[in-house]
Design a protein around this ligand. Structure first.
Ligand code: ZN
Length: 252
């Protein structure tokens, strides 16, 4: 077929054992990994195993076809999700997980308008400290699923008196359009034993339970409240049903 380049068999032989095909909602999820990823956590080097996944309408065990198309589809224009795994995630009796929605402003820039950056680092530390777990970094969930540009618009509304929920609604979005289906499919590929989820968000807990995944507990995660995000955090509690003082533009 056009657009598919053939691969050097030596390259394919290195990649193929690292790829799993998971049935998706539409098409397939191609999960690649594990890849060694030493990470700096407050000056200490902690070694995670990293996996990344790609949704594709084409379902094939001939992974070469998928790789052959990559160079022509401009993947960098889109975001892909990934997961950082710590310890023996498949077999350990108790494992902690977090479903972390991407937050460009909080995770990368360290924005104080939300607490995502804090939650991201804290959950990595909690998972490593617990000994086994996985942090799912969900790339299509910016601004509770509205995208980065729309989040910028929503911030302008918030600077003019709208709360985070009304801002999203005023732009024509649902308050929360996130879907955890793909992350949970990947989770169930990596582990079948029960998990404890790090969250304050009842929707994440419910999504996990509805999927049939055994959930043995929940670990709340809050902190980093400041004058810049106090009203957003309050909104998440009063309007979005969050279980404790936490939450933000995006995560919880
Ligand atoms: Zn955020």
């Amino acid at each position: 077929m056009s657009g598919v380049k053939s691969l050097d068999p030596a390259v394919l032989a290195l990649l193929e054992p690292k790829v799993q095909v998971i049935p998706g909602e539409k098409g397939a999820i191609y999960l690649v990994g594990p890849i060694r990823l030493p990470v700096d956590l407050d000056g200490e080097t902690v070694e995670f195993k990293w996996y990344c996944w790609l949704n594709c309408e084409e379902v094939t065990d001939h992974f070469e076809r998928i790789v052959g198309k990559l160079s022509s589809v401009n993947l960098a224009e889109y975001q892909q999700s990934s997961v950082l795994v710590y310890g023996d995630f498949e077999n350990a009796e108790h494992a902690w997980i977090r479903l972390h929605s991407i937050c460009h402003t909080g995770d990368i820039f360290g924005s104080k308008r939300c607490d995502c950056g804090f939650q991201l680092k804290q959950s990595m530390k909690k998972i490593a400290g617990h000994g086994t777990g996985a942090l799912f970094y969900l790339a299509n969930q910016e601004g509770r699923g509205i995208g980065l540009f729309s989040k910028a618009l929503a911030y302008i509304l918030q600077e003019n008196g709208y709360d985070t929920v009304d801002a999203n609604l005023s732009l024509g979005f649902a308050d929360d359009s996130r879907n955890y289906g793909d992350a949970i499919r990947v989770l169930r590929t990596l582990r079948s034993k029960p998990v404890t989820i790090i969250t304050n968000n009842p929707k994440k807990l419910e999504a996990l339970q509805r999927s049939g995944m055994a959930v043995e507990g929940r670990v709340p995660l809050w902190g980093d409240v400041s004058e810049y995000n106090a009203s957003y955090l309050q909104t998440k509690m009063t309007r979005s049903g969050h279980m404790e003082q936490d939450g933000c533009c995006n995560n919880d």
